[in-house]
Design a protein around this ligand. Structure first.
Ligand code: FES
Ligand code: FES
Length: 161
């Protein structure tokens, strides 16, 4: 029997109907809401490609049944920009030409966004540890980390603006 849920995604309310209550949030975001920036990697909680923010915390959307996130603020990579301006992490990845195929990037950016929101001055080690379980099959992890770290330092030097 199908069920209907009210989801709050990127500041907008959406009513979605799914065949099963435990349909993963990832499927709903990609297939029903057409938010294709959220990636399907392993589908088993192992790679981090599907990471989104739930109540500001980074979570793997392939592991979250849709019923568990009803009414909770969900942010995807599409919702990270504000007032038409890219988030500094998005800008940093582009400026640093850090990605290769780009498949892992939205998950990595969402995970880094969670960390930077909570800890305004994460050390390189903390950043590396936080991103360690977001896999990059192109081996671009070090370059991505450099770009994030650089963005973060420039942001701090500019007084957090
Ligand atoms: S697709 Fe969710 S962790 Fe890999
Ligand atoms: S840039 Fe290709 S998977 Fe990370």
């Amino acid at each position: 029997m199908s069920s209907t849920f009210q989801l709050l995604v990127n500041g907008q309310s959406h009513r979605v109907t799914v065949d099963y209550d435990d349909t993963p949030l990832l499927y709903v975001l990609r297939d029903d809401l057409r938010l294709k920036g959220v990636r399907f990697g392993c589908g088993a909680g192992q790679c981090g490609a599907c990471t989104v923010l739930i109540d500001g915390r980074a979570e793997r959307s392939c592991e979250l049944p849709v019923w568990s996130v009803e009414g909770r603020p969900i942010t995807t990579i599409e919702g990270l920009a504000t007032a038409g301006r890219m988030h500094p992490l998005q800008r940093a990845i582009i400026d640093g030409q850090a990605g290769q195929c780009g498949f892992c990037l939205s998950g990595i950016i969402m995970k880094a966004a969670e960390l930077i929101e909570r800890d305004h001055q994460p050390s390189r080690e903390k950043l590396a540890a936080a991103l360690d379980e977001n896999l990059c099959r192109c081996g671009a992890h070090a370059r991505i980390l450099n770009a994030i770290e650089r963005a973060w330092k420039e942001d701090s030097a500019g007084g957090g603006k």
